[in-house]
Write a protein that binds this ligand. Structure first.
Ligand SMILES: [Zn+2]
Ligand SMILES: [Zn+2]
Length: 321
């Protein structure tokens, strides 16, 4: 199908206001633009329109990238830069100090204990005074509030994690920067950080989004790992659930036996490096800030605006959608 340049231009002008939205919202924009130009609108044309749109956007190093909320599988699109330092591209909405702070938070989230990819809001605020130049806790709190509102970060009961928007927009940065810490869902190949299950078998690297796992196992009589074929006993991670000792900071303790038997050599080495980094950053593990009880950062949070937190369940999902 041929999509005229005028249609693509109007669409992208309208979508620039959003930059990150559900597929339904993208469809609404597409429908409005079709109607404006007197073109027939068909819902099923969207994927070919997006792929045609992306050929045009590619010439200016941009892309409409598709992803799915890990908990319920809702489809989202983000308008992303495909070139250069993607974090620096956030400069339009962040100061250089805020970008440094954001990168620092991502670093800690990515190295969180037991692959939960979460950081307590208390630790996040205390880290603001450790970057150079330092931020005040008040500025840091306002910044984190803004990042939650703009859907870069998610705050669930005082545990901060990366949103789907961040994962889509900073995909290349995350993979380049943390090749040993960023993993993909075995089924959909999208990055896993929140609401996912990890195979409990030693040496099996299988990770499945909650949504993907639910869909996959609902179509099968036997629950076996799609990689190692052992009986699936997925360890549910990144749920925003507080766990004993989870401060969001890498510590020297090993993962507990109940969590995993994944005590690989590479984990040992990685952990040593992480501890060195922590020391170099002047973030000693025995900071008094760690003793403060975690609390929600935002007291008037709109949960519905945060895609990865919607419909969070504490139980291991096994029912069909
Ligand atoms: Zn998946
Ligand atoms: Zn496995």
């Amino acid at each position: 199908m041929v999509f005229p340049d005028k249609l693509k231009r109007l669409f992208i002008q309208a979508y620039l206001l959003e930059r990150f939205s559900t597929e339904e919202d993208v469809l609404n924009v597409y429908q409005r633009v079709c109607e404006t130009l007197g073109r027939p609108y068909a819902r099923e044309d969207l994927s070919s329109f997006i792929s045609n749109m992306n050929q045009t956007l590619d010439t200016v190093d941009m892309e409409l990238r598709k992803g799915h909320a890990p908990q319920d599988g809702t489809t989202y699109y983000a308008l992303v830069n495909t070139n250069g330092d993607e974090v620096a591209q956030m400069a339009t909405e962040c100061t250089p100090t805020e970008i440094t702070y954001f990168k620092h938070l991502i670093e800690i989230i990515v190295h969180a204990d037991d692959d939960v990819y979460e950081l307590s809001s208390t630790v996040a605020l205390s880290e603001a005074t450790r970057i150079k130049p330092a931020m005040t806790k008040r500025d840091a709190e306002a910044f984190i509030d803004r990042m939650i509102k703009n859907k870069w970060l998610v705050d669930r009961d005082g545990l901060i994690s990366m949103s789907l928007r961040t994962i889509l927009e900073l995909q290349t940065y995350l993979k380049d920067q943390y090749p040993d810490r960023i993993h993909e869902c075995t089924l959909c190949m999208e990055i896993v950080t929140t609401d996912y299950e990890r195979c409990n078998v030693a040496n099996c690297q299988t990770r499945l989004h909650s949504h993907c796992s639910r869909q996959y196992f609902s179509r099968r009589n036997q629950n076996v790992c799609p990689s190692c074929q052992s009986e699936w006993r997925g360890i549910l991670l990144g749920t925003g659930e507080h766990r004993t000792g989870n401060t969001g900071r890498r510590t020297s303790r090993r993962v507990s036996a109940s969590q995993s038997t994944l005590s690989l050599q590479c984990d040992e080495e990685e952990e040593q490096e992480d501890d060195e980094n922590v020391d170099m950053n002047g973030t000693a593990n025995d900071s008094p800030d760690d003793m403060v009880v975690d609390r929600p950062l935002r007291r008037t949070r709109d949960r519905d605006a945060i895609p990865t937190s919607a419909g969070s369940s504490r139980k291991r999902p096994r029912r069909p959608l």
